[in-house]
Design a protein. Structure first.
Length: 228
């Protein structure tokens, strides 16, 4: 029995670990086109939490009734902290796969026919296929958006510069993070939607609000974060 796990994010990794515990003999292959660890390790959970830490501390200092003064953000140190914690290097995850007696194939996979994947044009046969390919941000159909150098969570977590102005489309957890993490006194963001404390907007309502907001501001904004 050959089980192929397509996608090396947290879902794929956990599946590998669980299956190996249940079956010491089964042949397992994991296919990943970017880094083993997926979004969470490099462009989602880990970088976003490090980027929030310093802004949170500065905000806390501001609530200290004047007991702590002069707390200031240094964006470059924020990015350095992020890069130290969420370094884009999957060596340790690859080593872990080895301990699970799991073969790693790096490449872009396409399902060709039942029982066969094509990985960068090489055929890979399987008995069982686990699809763990995750999700990607939806780009709303806003006229002219293709002319804007917009960000998704990938660019927002890789940036080495704090934007002067930021328009956040999407008020879910990712949009709320982008607003909280990148906002500064100078930032004139038009954010919309909910904070994590309030119920999420429906996708339809969110898209409607995004359209109104973007049609007013996109031409004059340098950056847009599209986070759905
Ligand atoms: C900004 C942000 C912050 C987040 N913060 C948190 C948090 O603090 N806590 C939390 O629990 N969750 C958080 N999440 C959610 C978390 O990141 C996801 O739930 C998690 O990454 C989903 O894991 P996954 O394995 O399903 O998908 P992914 O992590 O997306 O992994 C899928 C993998 O499949 C690979 N892949 C896709 N297609 C192919 C193909 N055709 N060929 C080869 N490989 C392919 C991709 O390269 C990717 O590595 C956050 C998400 C975002 C966007």
């Amino acid at each position: 029995m050959h089980t192929v796990v397509l996608g090396g994010g947290s879902t794929g990794e956990h599946f590998v670990g669980a299956l190996r515990r249940l079956d010491h003999e089964v042949e397992i292959t994991l296919v990943e086109r970017r880094l083993v660890g997926g979004e969470c390790s490099y462009w989602a959970c880990m970088p976003t939490k490090t980027m929030l830490r310093a802004p949170e501390l500065v905000a806390e200092a501001g609530r200290s009734y004047g007991a702590v003064t002069g707390a200031k953000l240094d964006p470059q140190r924020v990015f350095a902290f992020r890069d130290a914690v969420a370094e884009r290097d999957d060596t340790s995850q690859v080593e872990w796969l080895e301990t699970q007696n799991t073969r790693l194939i790096r490449g872009d996979a396409v399902a060709v026919e039942p029982g066969v994947l094509s990985v960068d044009d090489e055929a890979l046969q399987y008995d069982r296929l686990v699809i763990a390919t995750g999700s990607s941000p939806a780009i709303p159909p806003i006229e002219g958006i293709e002319t804007v150098d917009y960000w998704t969570n990938v660019e927002a977590t890789e940036t080495l510069e704090a934007p002067d102005r930021l328009l956040v489309l999407g008020g879910g957890p990712v949009g709320s993070w982008a607003r909280g993490s990148h906002s500064s006194k100078e930032a004139r963001g038009c954010s919309h939607g909910s904070t994590p404390m309030r119920p999420r907007l429906s996708r339809k309502r969110c898209a409607r609000k995004a359209l109104t907001c973007a049609s007013k501001h996109v031409p004059s904004m340098s950056l847009v974060t599209v986070c759905y």
